[in-house]
Design a protein around this ligand. Structure first.
Ligand SMILES: Nc1ncnc2c1ncn2[C@@H]1O[C@H](COP(=O)(O)OP(=O)(O)O)[C@@H](O)[C@H]1O
Ligand SMILES: [Mg+2]
Length: 481
C-alpha cells in the first residue's frame, strides 16, 4: 500500500508523534525550493508547522482522525492533500502520513475548483447584501431638529439605546418613530447584529403568528414544507421593531406576551421551545392607554412594553425645526432625484411653517416632492406652495405673494376652521387657535427671534412669553428664566 501511494501520488511526507518531519520521498523533494528550502536538512527534522504553512498535520496528531481530502494553499501553490494518522499495535497515534494527491488542482480539478470559486464568490456577495439590508438606515444624526422638543426626544432615545429594556415610541404618523427605532439600534451595543421589523398593519392577522415565530419544517404541506424562520429568530442577538403595535390582533398579543415573559418561542407546528435574545422596540400612533381601557389591547402586554416610553412630538409642536427640516428634506430629495435643490422664499417657508401638518414630516416631505416635480425652477415662492397645498387637500391657503403678513395669518386661520366643519369650536377656542397660529407664523418669519416676533405681532416681549407659556410651551418659560 505504501509503495502504491508513494508511486501514484505527487509526494509524501511523514511526521513523528511530536510533529517533526522525519521523512519525505523523492517526489516531495521537488516542492522544497517552492517552499523556500534549498537543502533537505533545513526541512526534514524540523517541526512541520514551521516548514509548511497552513499545515493541518498537528491537528491529525491531536485528534487521531484522518483528513481524507483537503485543499492546502501556501507559498508553493494549492494542493489537494490527504492526511492519515499512523498507529502502533496498541492503537496509539505515533505519527501522520501526508500525501499530496494533486499538485496543480486548478488544472487537474479545473471544473471542481472553478465551481468552488464561483460558490465562494456568490456566498460572499450574498453575505454582503444581507449585511447591508440588515444594517440600520438611520442614526441619531438623521433625526433633524434643534428645537427643545427634538433635543429632548433625542436625549431620551440615546439613553434608551444604552438600556436593554423595551422601548415604546408614541407619536402621530410621520413623526419619525421608525427613524428613531433604527437610530436606537444603531447606537446600542447590538448595533452589529440584525435590526428586524414587523409592521402589524402590513401583515394580515392570520399570517402574523408565522411571521413572528416561524414555521417548523413539514408543518404544512406545500409552500412551507421546508420551514421558515420567524422574525424572532432572524433578529436573534439584535433588535426586533414592532411597528404599529396598536394594530396587533388580540390572539397574537397573548402569544407575544408569553414569548417575552419566557424568552422562548415555539415555531408553528413544532413542539420544541427555542430560546431567543432580542431587544424589543415598539411604536404606535394609537392611544394604547385608551385601547387598554376599551379592552382592545392587553393591559399586561402594555405594561411589559411600556418600560421606556418616548413621546415623539408632532411637527406643529416644534415649528422651530421646520426651516431645518425643509433644508434637509430638499437636500435629500435633490440627491435622490438628481435635480437641483429647491430654494424657498421666506414667504414660502412661512406658509409651510403655518400648516397644521397632520401627517407630520412625511406630509411635509410629500409637499416638497410635489414642488420639486412640478416647478420648472428650483426657486419656490409662496404662490406655488399654496397651489400644491390646496391640491394635496391640505387646509387651503390663498396667500398671494404680495399679501401683507396679517392677511396671510388671517387666511391661514380661516382655512383651518373652514377645513373641519364637523368639529365646530367655540369662539374662545377659535381665537386661541388664531393666536397660536399668528405667533407661530411670526416666529417662523423671524427665524425664531422672539423680540422680532413680538414686534411683528405688535405686542411686548413679556406678553409674547406669557402667551407661549399659556400654550404650554415649557421651553419658552425656561428661556425667560
Ligand atoms: N426628525 C426627522 N428628520 C429628518 N427626517 C425625518 C425626521 N422624522 C421623520 N423623518 C422622515 O419622515 C418620514 C417618516 O418618518 P417615520 O420614521 O417613518 O415616521 P413614523 O414611523 O413615526 O410614521 C421618513 O421619511 C423619515 O426619514
Ligand atoms: Mg411608521
Amino acid at each position: 500500500m505504501f509503495e502504491l501511494f508513494a508511486n501514484a501520488s505527487e509526494g509524501m511526507l511523514l511526521v513523528d508523534r511530536d510533529g517533526r518531519v522525519v521523512w519525505i520521498n523523492d517526489q516531495y523533494r521537488r516542492f522544497l525550493p517552492a517552499l523556500g528550502f534549498e537543502r533537505e536538512e533545513d526541512f526534514v527534522g524540523h517541526p512541520v508547522s514551521s516548514v509548511v504553512q497552513h499545515t493541518q498535520m498537528h491537528q491529525v496528531l491531536a485528534t487521531g482522525k484522518p483528513i481524507l481530502i483537503d485543499l492546502l494553499t501556501n507559498r508553493a501553490g494549492t494542493f489537494v492533500v490527504s492526511r492519515i494518522p499512523l498507529r502502533d499495535g496498541a492503537g496509539e497515534v505515533i505519527g501522520v502520513l501526508g500525501i499530496v494527491l494533486f499538485d496543480h488542482p486548478e488544472t487537474t480539478l479545473q471544473p471542481l475548483i472553478s465551481k468552488f470559486a464561483r460558490l465562494e464568490q456568490d456566498l460572499s456577495e450574498a453575505r454582503r447584501e444581507l449585511a447591508s439590508q440588515r444594517r440600520t438606515k438611520y442614526t441619531f444624526a438623521s433625526f433633524v431638529g434643534s428645537s427643545t422638543a427634538a433635543l429632548e426626544v433625542k436625549r431620551q432615545a440615546r439613553r434608551a439605546a444604552q438600556s436593554a429594556s423595551p422601548v415604546l415610541l408614541l407619536g402621530e404618523t410621520g413623526t419619525g418613530k421608525e427613524l428613531l427605532a433604527h437610530a436606537i439600534h444603531a447606537a446600542s451595543p447590538r448595533a452589529g447584529r440584525p435590526f428586524v421589523s414587523v409592521n402589524m398593519a402590513a401583515v394580515p392577522d392570520t399570517l402574523l403568528e408565522a411571521e413572528f415565530f416561524g414555521v417548523a419544517p413539514g408543518a404544512y404541506t406545500g409552500a412551507d414544507k421546508k420551514g421558515r424562520d420567524g422574525k424572532f429568530k432572524l433578529a436573534d442577538g439584535g433588535t426586533l421593531f414592532l411597528d404599529e403595535l396598536g394594530d396587533m390582533p388580540m390572539s397574537v398579543q397573548v402569544k407575544l406576551l408569553r414569548a417575552l415573559q419566557e424568552g422562548e418561542i415555539e415555531p408553528l407546528g413544532s413542539n420544541k421551545l427555542v430560546r431567543f435574545d432580542v431587544r424589543v422596540v415598539a411604536a404606535t400612533s394609537r392611544d394604547l392607554q385608551q385601547m387598554v381601557r376599551d379592552g382592545s389591547f392587553r393591559e399586561d402586554l402594555y405594561y411589559r412594553l411600556n418600560v421606556l416610553p418616548i413621546r415623539v412630538p408632532p411637527l406643529r409642536e416644534r415649528q422651530d425645526d421646520i426651516a431645518l427640516l425643509i433644508e434637509a428634506l430638499c437636500e435629500d430629495i435633490a440627491a435622490r432625484g438628481g435635480g437641483a435643490q429647491l430654494e424657498l422664499t421666506a414667504d414660502a417657508q412661512a406658509l409651510l411653517a403655518a400648516q397644521p401638518w397632520r401627517g407630520n414630516i412625511r406630509e411635509l416631505r410629500n409637499v416638497l416632492e410635489q414642488l420639486a416635480l412640478r416647478s420648472d425652477t428650483h426657486h419656490i415662492a409662496a404662490a406655488q406652495v399654496g397651489a400644491v397645498l390646496r391640491e394635496a387637500g391640505l387646509p387651503a391657503l390663498t396667500l398671494g405673494t404680495q399679501a401683507p403678513p396679517s392677511a396671510a395669518m388671517h387666511m391661514a386661520a380661516v382655512g383651518t376652521v373652514v377645513d373641519a366643519p364637523s368639529a365646530w369650536r367655540t369662539l374662545p377656542e377659535q381665537i386661541a387657535e388664531l393666536e397660536q397660529r399668528a405667533i407661530a407664523e411670526a416666529l417662523a418669519r423671524t427665524g425664531g427671534n422672539r423680540s422680532a416676533a413680538a414686534k411683528l405681532l405688535g405686542i411686548s416681549r413679556a406678553s409674547l412669553y406669557d402667551r407661549l407659556a399659556a400654550q404650554g410651551d415649557v421651553s419658552e418659560i425656561q428661556t425667560v428664566a
